[in-house]
Design a binder for this molecule. Structure first.
Ligand code: 4AD
Ligand code: MG
Length: 430
């Protein structure tokens, strides 16, 4: 019977066939240990010379890395491996022989691995990171579906900028100029006025000349938007959502976290509520920590975020930033208009900002004023103003960057390993 590595627990003591690749091998004169992978998992197959046909043992001994095979054998428990099972191989059928596979079990440099990303994805560690990414996506859909949100897909090709004009990717749209979406937010605001609670999940593009371990040119964002929800209420949704996905990964990706040697005790502490610190207090804290030249009104860089986060073992909200360093659509605090109703959620352990969110301006005149200040003119922005004209309501939303969240939960250093085919400042290949 044909099955997969993920299903072998259901076939204990039975003989099954698995389509697999050979990821590694060890053999002596009498026994061969085959490290098998089939996409669903990794498992060891043991070929004992005295138990199989001579021909089968010779095939096993000659197998090269990444050769594809149908391997048949009995599934038995293996208490020495974390996976818990292995196969007592009785037959091997070669599908396709692989020669000179470039990624050998020895260490390779990062640029070499990135050039071979199409193959590197097969490795155990990369497989684990992608499985965790998948679990975060799966639990995101669960969370928002369970809480009555409607999934809405904003456009990717847009005529207007959502987050600032300097980081836009320009493209031709027949005779017109278009941009690749930086954020679906403006469209999600329209959707919230039609459906109440909505969320999106899609690719976003930023032509940022940043070459850091937190920046991608193309990344995926989850953007919920809620009508009749204030900034404070939005923070509660954010902390519930983030703790929900962390718990889902802890519950469903134990093997993957183990492969990545993630310290799960740190993740187990991630439960709502999360601490909040105002921008004002964050400035004071930074000064105490020796960042003497940071002044009120300046934006935080990665070292500042890391310094603030190290005081907490949960993600921390930094709230009420100065209006001047934030996007045009954020609602000012009532009695203090120089700061806005917003928060960035900073992940622990130096992973930086994973969420940016705010309550949105709902007053038509104030929004018009902001447009003028930011030079956002032209008919392509008109529709957004109309949302403030026909039954405007308080509303809030946020964007969670998937790759930074995957990096944090998986414990990998750089976002380039958290997306299947990263687009970086110097990389459009493979
Ligand atoms: O803070 P940002 O720019 O917020 C927005 O785009 C809002 N319109 C979202 C909203 O309110 N609907 O981006 C949100 C998140 C960041 O916190 C970060 O996690 C991620 O997107 N992000 C990036 N991730 C990888 N590479 C980049 N270059 C990123 N830029 C932002
Ligand atoms: Mg931000």
């Amino acid at each position: 019977m044909k099955t997969t590595i993920s299903q072998v627990a259901n076939h204990l003591e039975k003989t099954v066939t698995i389509g697999a690749w050979l990821s590694n091998k060890r053999s002596s004169g009498k026994i061969a240990f085959l490290q098998l992978r089939d996409g669903t998992g990794f498992m060891q197959g043991v070929v004992v010379k005295s138990d199989v046909l001579e021909e089968t043992f010779q095939i096993a001994k000659g197998l090269t890395q990444e050769t594809s095979i149908y391997v048949t054998g009995k599934i038995v428990e293996d208490t020495r491996s974390k996976f818990g099972y292995e196969m007592q191989v009785s037959n091997i059928e070669v599908i396709h022989e692989s020669h000179d596979y470039p990624i050998t079990p020895k260490e390779h440099g990062i640029e070499f691995l990135m050039d071979h990303r199409h193959l590197w994805l097969r490795s155990k560690k990369q497989h684990a990171v992608m499985k965790i990414r998948n679990e975060i996506i799966r639990s995101t859909y669960n969370f928002f579906n369970e809480n009555g949100y409607v999934k809405i897909d904003p456009p990717i090709l847009t005529g207007s900028s959502a987050e600032g004009t300097t980081e836009l990717f320009h493209t031709k749209y027949f005779e017109e100029e278009a941009y690749l979406s930086q954020s679906g937010q403006l469209y999600m605001e329209a959707a919230a006025m039609a459906f109440g609670k909505v969320f999106s999940f899609g690719p976003t593009f930023r032509a940022e000349k940043s070459k850091t371990r937190r920046h991608l040119i193309e990344f995926w964002m989850i953007e919920p938007e809620m009508a009749f929800v204030t900034h404070e209420e939005s923070l509660e949704i954010q902390e519930n959502y983030v703790s929900y996905i962390v718990k889902s990964v802890l519950d469903n990706c134990q093997l993957e976290l183990d492969i990545l040697e993630r310290d799960v005790t740190k993740l187990e502490k991630i439960t709502a509520p999360f601490p909040r610190i105002s921008y004002d207090d964050a400035i004071s804290l930074l000064k105490e920590k020796g960042f003497t030249d940071i002044e009120w009104g300046e934006d935080f860089g990665a070292p500042h975020e890391t310094a603030i986060a190290e005081d907490f073992d949960k993600p921390v909200f930094i709230t009420n930033y100065p209006s001047d360093i934030k996007a045009f659509y954020m609602k000012p605090v009532a009695d203090r208009p120089e700061v806005v109703l917003c928060a960035d959620l900073i992940a622990p352990e130096g992973y930086g900002e994973i969420i940016g969110g705010s309550q949105r301006i709902d007053d038509l005149d104030l929004m018009k004023e902001r447009y003028e200040q930011h030079g956002l003119t032209g008919p392509e922005y008109e529709w957004y103003l109309e949302l403030r004209k026909y039954g405007s309501v308080p509303h809030s939303g946020f964007g969670l960057g998937l790759e930074r969240t995957v990096a944090w939960i998986s414990g990998v250093d750089h976002v380039r390993e958290t997306i299947p085919f990263p687009r970086l400042l110097n990389r459009l290949y493979p």
